[in-house]
Design a protein around this ligand. Structure first.
Ligand code: C2O
Ligand code: CU
Ligand code: CU
Length: 468
């Protein structure tokens, strides 16, 4: 019997206490609302991923996973970060356009016991962003142990669309963990784990295993975030129901796109509108990661990419009392045009099997903190071409701006729904090429380009881009 089946059986049969925790209560208790001047303190502690499970973890303000920060576009945010770990840490605002000195570059790590106040204007489009640890070679471990949370941006334009809000707006942080029998989160990547990334067979949503969410027979906005280190999720429902994709990494799309699944690599977000209006009271639709084929020399047979798992269960237990509908149109966005690009950069994603550090490389470079690897002029549009020359998955992430994806394998028709709109992270399957359009509009300084497989990132698959 596999570990997860064992735990499930115990949870349902032998233990009387509910095995699940309400996601809404865990989210609501830790919301930082617009106008608050919050503090984020991280420390070592213990927590539980569900009934009977207990684990050491990084706690944020005493809880597992950071508070959901709800900001308004145009607002100035000021957050005091206190590092009560016994090692360096920091906060990176993933997807947000912030000054280089506020971006959580590893050279700006905050010492153990020290604090730093992050302060920036919220300039990005309404949508779902997040924050997580980013210290040199410790990002993967700290994010996995809990130093991560949502950063949501709202705006008046978004309000005017009448999208589901309040209890019908549900952020879902999706992660896989490797747990021992008592529920301790394990993190000890060996060489092969650094090649595949650290994967687990225990699916955790907002910090709970076997999570459930009570819903009414209404339309919901689910904000999906792949907060895992290395796992790719193919998110869909067990019953195959369709839903509408309304936002990717960089906020709302121009129109909703009807789909029955979305692929999310680590770091990517997708906001979806899901209807429970046709579900009977008492129904319990299951959100899953659906199976997909992944054939690679770099496949971990014990923790395979592409395996099927339940993520969480919705329990439909309340009749409809509101009138949310899927809008016909969302928010228009500027379309970048290749014809306006003034330069092209090529990035080869390769593997050096002999290296102890830097097995995964970008143009044969492994990360060095202060080396300026690439330069781009503020305001200039460039084509960046990524070529994945190996048979690992690499999901490339750019700090400090959002980009647009032009082609996948030299063909626009290969683009997927989650390639639309503004993006900050793009998946490259083995042997794929992807062309993107990039422009830094707002701030000069040193930003990062890296693979968001966090073991690859910590292994040096990261370069500095100097915006001048
Ligand atoms: Cu979400 Cu540099 O990372
Ligand atoms: Cu980022
Ligand atoms: Cu990678």
């Amino acid at each position: 019997m596999k570990r997860r089946d064992f735990l499930k059986t115990i949870g349902v049969g032998a233990i009387a206490a509910p095995v699940v925790a309400s996601l809404l209560s865990s989210c609501d208790s830790s919301v930082i609302a617009p106008g608050d001047s919050p503090a984020i303190t991280i420390s070592n502690g213990t927590m539980s991923l569900g009934a009977g499970l207990s684990s050491t973890a990084i706690l944020t303000n005493g809880a597992f996973l950071g508070p959901t920060i709800r900001a308004r576009s145009g607002e100035n945010i000021s957050i005091k970060f206190q590092n009560d770990l016994s090692e360096i840490s920091n906060i990176h605002w993933h997807g947000l356009t912030v000054p280089a000195g506020m971006d959580g570059h590893p050279m700006d790590a905050v010492a153990a016991g020290a604090s730093f106040t992050y302060s920036f204007d919220v300039v990005d489009r309404p949508g779902t962003y997040w924050y997580h640890a980013h210290p040199d070679m410790l990002t993967a471990k700290q994010a996995y142990m809990g130093h991560a949370g949502f950063f949501l941006i709202g705006s008046a334009e978004e309000d005017a669309l009448g999208l589901p809000t309040g209890p019908n707006d549900v952020p879902l942080l999706l992660q896989d963990k490797r747990l021992d029998a008592g529920g301790q989160m394990l993190y000890a990547p060996a060489r092969f784990d650094k090649i595949t990334g650290w994967l687990g067979n225990d699916m955790v949503v907002n910090g709970k295993k076997n999570a459930t969410q009570s819903v009414a027979q209404e339309l919901y906005r689910l904000r999906l975030l792949n907060g895992s280190n290395a796992r790719v999720f193919k998110v869909g429902f067990a019953d195959g129901r369709m839903f509408h994709l309304i936002a990717n990494d960089g906020g709302l799309l121009d129109v909703p796109v009807q789909v029955d699944h979305v692929f999310l690599s680590s770091g990517e977000r997708a906001d979806i509108l899901v209807s429970f209006e046709s579900d009977a009271i008492g129904a319990s639709p299951v959100l899953k990661t659906l199976p997909f084929p992944f054939v690679s020399d770099h496949q971990n047979d014990n923790y395979p990419q592409g395996a099927e798992y339940d993520l969480m269960t919705f329990t439909v237990d309340k009749p409809k009392t509101n009138t949310y509908t899927v809008p016909a149109a969302l928010l228009p966005y500027e379309r970048l045009d290749v014809a306006n690009a003034v330069g092209t950069k090529y990035f080869q994603l390769t593997m050096d099997h002999d290296a102890t550090y830097g097995m995964h490389r970008i143009n044969n470079l492994a990360f060095e903190m202060h080396r300026k690897d690439f330069t781009i002029k503020l305001g200039e549009l460039e084509v960046w071409e990524f070529e994945n020359q190996g048979d690992s998955i690499h999901n490339m992430h750019v700090h400090g701006t959002q980009f647009q994806i032009v082609e996948r394998n030299f063909n626009v028709s290969n683009l997927t729904p989650t390639d639309r709109g503004w993006k900050d992270t793009v998946i490259l399957w083995p042997s794929e090429s992807v062309k993107i359009l990039v422009r830094f509009n707002k701030y000069k300084g040193l930003y990062l380009l890296h693979c968001h497989n966090l073991e690859h990132e910590d292994d040096g698959m990261m370069v500095n881009v100097d915006v001048v």
